[in-house]
Write a protein that binds this ligand. Sequence first.
Ligand code: FAD
Ligand code: SF4
Length: 503
Amino acid sequence: MAVETLRASVVVVGSGMGGGTTAWALAQRGVDVLLVERGEHLPREAANVSPREVFLNRRYKPSETWLDGAGRPFSPGVHYVVGGNTKVYGASLPRFRESDFGTVEHHEGISPAWPFTYADLEPYYLAAERLFRVHGQHGEDPSEPWRSEPFPFPAVPDEPYVAQLADRLHAAGATTSPTCMGIDLRPFGSCVRCATCDGFPCRLDAKSDSDVCAIQPALETGHVRLLTGVRVTRVATDSTPGRVSHLEAEGPYGPVRIVAERYVLAAGAANSAALLLASRSADHPGGLANSSDQVGRNFMMHNNAHIAAIDLDRRNDAVFQKTLQVNDWYHDGGDGKPLGTLQLLGKVQGVMMKSWATRVPLPILDQVAARSVEWLVMTEDLPRADNRVTVTDDGTITVTRRAVGTSTHRMLHRKATRLMRAAGYDVVATQPFDISMNSHMCGTLVAGHDPERSVLDPYCRAHDVENLWVLDSSFFPSSAAMNPALTIAAQALRVVAESGLAS
Ligand SMILES: Cc1cc2nc3c(=O)[nH]c(=O)nc-3n(C[C@H](O)[C@H](O)[C@H](O)COP(=O)(O)OP(=O)(O)OC[C@H]3O[C@@H](n4cnc5c(N)ncnc54)[C@H](O)[C@@H]3O)c2cc1C
Ligand code: SF4
């Protein structure tokens, strides 16, 4: 079969947070970009807002399975569509804290320093907040880092139930602050504060996903071409071992060869690592960019749990609930060591609980959901070399993970439970996360100064391969205990502005 060859100055693989933002930033500089995405556009359809379709039937997840460390198959938390995982994400877009970029001692080990500082990234956080229309309020969160300018848009207001919840939490001794949200509540903005945001696609394009905020404007510049339905299978270095010569890919009509001057992988933390491992050759027997043997290692995904606090006497009538967080213990849980964050989730409906409370009848879950308020309890997952992504010969991804930092997680969970009780809630139910809930995965191709201990340099260029960058969550040296997407976007903007990627 004839192989189709496509050419561009820069090719970006993957259109999620990292890839979409990179394409947008390159387009602003007039660079000719080919954005290659294995998925298609997520369809706009009635099922977009069906909890049953989205959560129980996993409508927008791929049918592929990955294996855990014991060889058991699981359905991963990935979405192969234009916009990647941001198409369904919760759009909570906080910055990491200043200390997250330094070395931090935790109960179960050290969270390592990043090869650049918060100050280095701060201007790009601001630019990313503008690009992704972040709404927030400075000065109320005890953990927040300094910022050079105010948030681009004011915080999303609390609904009455959440405002009263804040009062109850204050009375119980907690500090609350608004979550940093990427939804379009600008004057004349299209967000209608609906009940199906967190975990669902937005039918109004009002959620600040990579497709809406980065890719569509990038395409309008005329500098970016988007190729959908094409899966990159190999990064080849034919003539010079330290330079990518081309990409091999599979499209709907057969094999595709893609030739560029510079290459960016942004396929997500598991797929980017898997692609480099699968690109082994005589020159690179352990996989491409892997002279350090670090490709695929240090897989992290946060230690997370969902809790539902139930007040038997009071109905929760909030529609858009995700407006409040408690960060009192982010830096110090009382013994000088950090814990993490508590963030309100989107309002959960009974049928959504059915995916884990499988034996409880739906009418009971509906009654529970009518009286519950749901939180994300998020703590840092420390890097560990043996926690890693590998690929089998047939291309199946395996994720081997033993969580590090679980005692920290238990401590924050206990504090959260006590806080909810003190605020008057009768019951606190917990849904712990398992390996399939890997939506915050990161760290498989860490950035660092030392080529023997990291895969990428501080500007996310491969130490071993001069024309290859990785601009997704793979580069994170640590996971922090905050939502990752804004940091992925900020680093993509920094790299395009300050490294040789654009020229
Ligand atoms: C339900 C849910 C809720 C979330 N909520 C939040 C939140 O509130 N805040 C937050 O900060 N984060 C949130 N996240 C996480 C956030 O979406 C991710 O951290 C972020 O999207 C990761 O960006 P990325 O560029 O690394 O990868 P992705 O966004 O996953 O993008 C990777 C892209 O690469 C494509 N791809 C993969 N392999 C190939 C290949 N071989 N060839 C071509 N294309 C390929 C994929 O199809 C995909 O489009 C959430 C995620 C989920 C699933
Ligand atoms: S709350 Fe706003 S941004 Fe979220 S899905 Fe609804 S309309 Fe879209």
